[in-house]
Design a protein around this ligand. Structure first.
Ligand code: SF4
Length: 589
């Protein structure tokens, strides 16, 4: 039986995501070799960066402008400027992807910005062509922003919207011919990011029409997130998909492939919910946690490695699964991951890395686990040093007591160039309300030690946690400003109440209940947030000030920043940010 595994558009195309190589390895482990991996995210990026398509988009946008068809989402002057500036874009656009891959362009910031600006202009024109109302925003990270998918009806309406034609054309030309030629018995979609959800449903619909007997299954965090929605309207979702996986997908995909091959009852498949006559069949009674000690190394051999728009691929590799802390009240990881914290034994992780280097030639890694225990990072770093494996890497950790300068020195010697920390707030009362488990002094000392060891730090911080006052939000801004020399990037925005986060219960106790139940939402829940709403302009000003501290935000995307830090060291991040700021102010004058 042929198996096709898809990763849909809606994520950054610069690096291969870990999901497909992990699923491929699990299939091989069970002796299943008849599978194909499709990173449609990078394929779509390359497909649309095309001279003819951009020419056509310019013509259509010009007509829309002439006919007054653009809505207020696209101010006339801006569109006129875009059209004037893009006259010779069609001739240049196909060099864009090659430019991203050329080290002499990629590592020269002004040349990199020029090709990024070209790609951005092309995607803006294409988005306008397909959706003058402005709901479709095709860029490196986002798609179909203006739709909400809280029910089957909303999803069906989005699938029928003219904006969706953009991807339908891509699927019909580049994806469906393979379905027709090979009629796979099973297609699996990995959906780790929300912007991929509608693209996944669109493709499922196209496959259904073409190959009605192919079993279509979904997996990934976004699917676990929406499990109530999928089950509640099972009779309707069954028209698009046959099953979905709750929690981790590696064991599920392999057992599903075997069960379909043997025509077995699907109830034997761990973590699988499947539809029978339009109803969810009795779902899994226990969510299976993959044994990280037994997995094979991810298999990148089926990935289109030469296509990624970067001179070196950043290989994403989860070393651990779940969160060992699991208490932050705003976080719904326990809701979507549903399993305990586990670690790949350090020696096995280092063997995986050697395997991937041999397979791909790449030596820059992003250990994209939810969060990694410091003790494990230390053990893993020592193993890398013991085995003499020369790589550069980025990881994710919590602020914890005891991560001193010695700790970060070992990580730096083992190739660590960058760490993401969840700061969230620097106000003690808010940190306590979040049950973040980190005191401001510990956070400050950790950042100093990390930076002293030459490791770049990105911190996540958000404003508007329920009950946060303006002065508490300012505490976060002031802390970051004060520690700016130890912080290289900030990932910021406003608080969003995520379905499944424990804070939902806190708000319910205060009578701030959402107007629908959690089950009615796929992703976020709207609740009144009076402290934020009463002073929104002030909060927005603080957010802006926070972002202004880091000009690198406009200069480098995260995979680019990892590659820059890996090649030149941490200092380059601020240097590039400053160059970007100068170049912007030069353009303004
Ligand atoms: S925010 Fe991070 S540390 Fe806190 S529970 Fe979620 S994954 Fe764990």
């Amino acid at each position: 039986m042929n198996i096709f595994l898809y990763f849909c558009p809606g994520a950054d195309p610069a690096m291969p995501h870990a999901a497909l190589p992990a699923l491929a390895a699990r299939l091989r482990q069970d002796g299943i070799h008849d599978y194909s991996l499709y990173d449609l995210n990078v394929e779509a990026f390359l497909y649309f960066l095309n001279g003819e398509k951009v020419t056509r988009a310019r013509e259509i946008v010009q007509q829309q402008l002439n006919n007054g068809e653009l809505t207020s989402a696209h101010p006339r002057q801006e569109v006129e400027k875009l059209l004037a500036a893009s006259a010779d874009l069609p001739q240049r656009i196909e060099d864009c992807a090659a430019g991203f891959r050329a080290p002499e362009i990629f590592y020269s910031p002004d040349k990199l910005w020029a090709i990024k600006a070209d790609a951005k202009a092309a995607f803006r024109l294409l988005s306008l062509q397909y959706d003058p109302t402005g709901r479709l925003r095709f860029d490196k990270y986002s798609l179909f922003e203006g739709f909400s998918y809280n029910s089957f009806e909303e999803i069906r309406a989005a699938l029928e919207d003219p904006a969706a034609t953009m991807l339908v054309e891509f699927y019909r030309e580049k994806v469906i011919p393979d379905i027709i030629a090979k009629t796979p018995g099973l297609v699996g979609f990995s959906v780790p990011y929300f912007p991929q959800l509608l693209p996944a449903f669109l493709l499922a619909r196209e496959i259904r029409k073409t190959s009605p007997h192919t079993h279509i299954t979904y997996g990934g965090p976004v699917i676990t997130w929406g499990k109530e929605t999928l089950m509640r309207q099972a009779d309707q979702f069954a028209s698009l998909i046959d099953s979905f996986c709750i929690g981790e997908g590696e064991d599920c995909i392999s057992e599903l492939a075997k069960a379909l091959e043997m025509k077995q009852d699907l109830s034997v498949v761990p973590n699988l919910v499947y539809f029978q006559r339009g109803k969810p069949a009795d779902g899994p009674h226990r969510v299976n946690a993959v044994d990280l000690g037994k997995l094979m190394a991810p298999d990148y051999s089926g990935m289109p490695m030469e296509k990624y728009p970067a001179p070196r691929r950043v290989i994403s590799l989860p070393l651990t699964k779940g969160c060992y802390y699991n208490r932050c009240r705003f976080c719904n990881y326990s809701f979507i991951k549903m399993t305990t914290y586990r670690e790949r034994p350090a020696a096995a992780a280092v063997r995986d890395i050697e395997h991937i280097i041999a397979q791909t030639g790449d030596r820059v890694f992003s250990f994209e686990s939810d969060v990694i225990r410091p003790g494990y990072l230390l053990e893993f770093s020592r193993e890398l040093l013991r085995q003499g494996v020369d790589i550069k890497w980025h990881a994710v950790m919590r602020f914890e007591k005891g991560t001193s300068r010695d700790f970060f020195d070992v990580l730096a010697r083992a190739g660590c160039v960058r760490i993401y920390f969840g700061l969230e707030s620097a106000n003690p009362r808010i940190l306590q309300k979040m049950d973040k488990g980190a005191a401001v002094e510990i956070i400050q000392k950790t950042l100093e030690a990390c930076s002293g060891a030459g490791i770049a730090a990105e911190v996540g911080a958000f404003l508007g946690y329920p009950g946060e006052t303006v002065s508490e939000a300012r505490d976060t801004l002031n802390f970051i400003r004060l520690n700016r020399s130890h912080i290289d990037r900030v990932d910021t925005g406003f608080f969003r109440l995520l379905k499944g986060a424990p804070v939902v219960e806190d708000l319910a106790r205060q009578g701030l209940c959402p107007d629908k139940t959690g089950a009615d939402y796929w992703y976020t829940i709207n609740v009144p947030n009076p402290t934020l709403e009463n002073d929104r302009p002030t909060f927005e000003g603080i957010l802006q000030e926070l972002e202004n501290l880091f000009p690198v935000l406009g200069a480098l995307d995260i995979p680019e920043e990892i590659l820059y830090a890996a090649r030149f060291g941490k200092a380059i991040i601020n240097q590039v940010g400053e160059m970007f700021e100068r170049s912007m102010s030069h353009q303004e004058h």
